[in-house]
Design a protein around this ligand. Structure first.
Ligand SMILES: [Zn+2]
Length: 302
């Protein structure tokens, strides 16, 4: 029987200072998973190590050299994150957590990364709080090690998965879908399927569009071996950076729609938290808890 296996955030102790990204949400979420969803200790897994060769499948030698030497260059300064060794090392470890989540998805059904989803990282530079494209690093590591072939990205973060789109632009075995707020960061790249939404879209329109898009994806890219679900909670109406105006219930229904669908089909799903800027770490972690609840329900229903 499938189960949800969680991967602990490897960012403990990393300090971004007064940065808007609420890193504390990961620790809060782990506590909420234990206290409110009663996830037992054996379902929490540590992140595996990431080797230089894993990074090199996605990122260019020059960019990796800048990161390794903590150099302030165009490629690193574009991250909007401090360029320090502990922060770069922390985000490298996140790619290991993402690899473990994909591995667990393949073996257990759902791999839930407490973190990850840094979809704005490009092969040759950082962008938007993202140094490493943890998900692509994870997918390519598991392709090399476990032979996973056809991969579907369902990216429902408020922001377009621009890095994912560029990395997989020429790969017929990877389908990239992004549903996002059109008039917002970033400069758009071309995914296999982009759904740019108007400001203030709201629950009912959002959910009916998503439903139709998922059905279309079934015919355009049938039977993937793995779904990477990028479950950013920044479409929430209280989000400091977003304007899609989903309610808490709307986000919950979004997560259920995606997770029920693929879990019922028996397709392994790796879940990544990505963005969320709602009332600090606690408010954001509570919304991510809704994604975990949807994952647990989806698994219990099959
Ligand atoms: Zn986002």
């Amino acid at each position: 029987m499938a189960e949800v296996a969680y991967v602990r955030s490897p960012l403990k102790g990393v300090d971004l200072g007064s940065h808007p990204f609420p890193l504390e949400k990961y620790e809060i979420l782990e506590r909420l998973l234990r206290e409110e969803l009663h996830v037992p200790p054996e379902r929490f897994h540590p992140a595996e190590a990431i080797e230089d060769e894993d990074l090199a499948r996605i990122h260019t030698p020059r960019y990796l050299d800048d990161l390794a030497h903590v150099r302030e260059t165009w490629a690193t300064l574009s991250s909007e994150l401090p360029v320090t060794a502990p922060i770069i090392e922390g985000f490298r470890r996140v790619a290991g957590a993402s690899a473990t989540a994909v591995r667990l998805a393949l073996h257990e059904g759902v791999g839930f990364c407490i973190g990850g989803g840094f979809h704005h990282a490009f092969p040759d530079h950082a962008e938007g709080f993202c140094y490493f494209h943890d998900m692509a690093i994870a997918v390519e590591k598991l392709r090399a090690e476990e032979g996973v072939e056809r991969v579907l990205f369902v990216d429902a973060d408020l922001h377009q998965g621009n890095g994912t789109a560029v990395i997989y632009a020429e790969d017929p075995d990877t389908f990239t879908y992004s549903i996002h707020q059109e008039r917002n960061y970033p400069v758009k790249q071309r995914s296999d399927f982009d759904r740019g939404l108007d400001d203030g879209t709201g629950d009912e329109a959002y959910l009916s569009i998503l439903q139709g898009d998922l059905e279309e994806i079934d015919s355009r890219f049938p039977s993937p071996d793995l779904v990477c679900y990028v479950a950013g909670v920044d479409p929430h109406r209280d989000d400091a950076l977003g304007g899609l105006a989903l309610s808490t219930e709307g986000l919950q229904r979004r997560d259920e729609m995606v997770l029920d669908r693929y879990v019922a089909m028996g397709i392994p799903v790796a879940v990544f938290l990505a963005g969320g800027y709602v009332r600090g770490g606690e408010g954001t972690a509570r919304l991510h808890l809704g994604t975990a609840r949807a994952a647990e329900q989806a698994v219990a229903a099959v």
